[in-house]
Write a protein that binds this ligand. Sequence first.
Ligand SMILES: [Zn+2]
Ligand SMILES: [Zn+2]
Length: 265
Amino acid sequence: MAGKHRSLGMTVLGSGSRGNALVLHADDFAVLVDAGFSDRELARRMQAAGVECGSVRAVVISHEHSDHVKGLRAFASKRGLAIYANRATAEVLRHRDSRIGPMTIFASGNPFSVGPFQIHPFSIPHDAIDPVGFLVQVDAYRIGIATDLGHASHLVTYQLRGCDALVLESNHDVTMLGNSTRPWSLKQRILSRHGHLSNAAAMDLLRATVDGRTRHVVIAHASEECNCYELLSRTVEDCLGALGRTDISVHIARQDNPLPTVWLP
Ligand SMILES: [Zn+2]
Ligand SMILES: [Zn+2]
């Protein structure tokens, strides 16, 4: 279809330690990335965001933590959807719930297509069996997704360059985490190189990945206890302002409700 470009849309249904899911749309074909809410809650959030549930044709999984797969079996099997995961993640999911439907296996590092989407899964440092981020492309538009990472490896930074929209984790404020009532072992896990990105580390990653193409930045997986949506919003705007990029739209994903759909172009 020379000359015709589809729009690429993204709706974050919710993000945080109690659940993560987002929908990518190209024309009337949609893919769910992670299914970390119950089937009913996924449907409720889609309706609230104006996403047609029936347009979702597949579910792509980043890793096996329950805040990313809670509603996976119910949502996918009820609608007969294909599930895409890498082998190690698929094995854990099947071991955990043998009633899960058939899965299509991808290899981390190898691009695959689902309908109009070209999806490139890349490894991220996180305490799951084989966690990945995604670079998603439709025609000329590109979205980079990296949530759940303990640090920004060279690979992650490299993959996320040249995206029209970025979905980046900014999990916690280090001082708020230190002062929180969380057990010491959990604090250590979050802070480790395979835990979650602090706001400061996320801003470093943002500075390293924003470029001339970037139009939207979505901040995801913010902790409700050890972060603050208003603080995050100011932090990201200050960071982009210092780069002279006040033209970029900033969206802070919430735990409890979906964000409006971001469209490219
Ligand atoms: Zn995780
Ligand atoms: Zn998570």
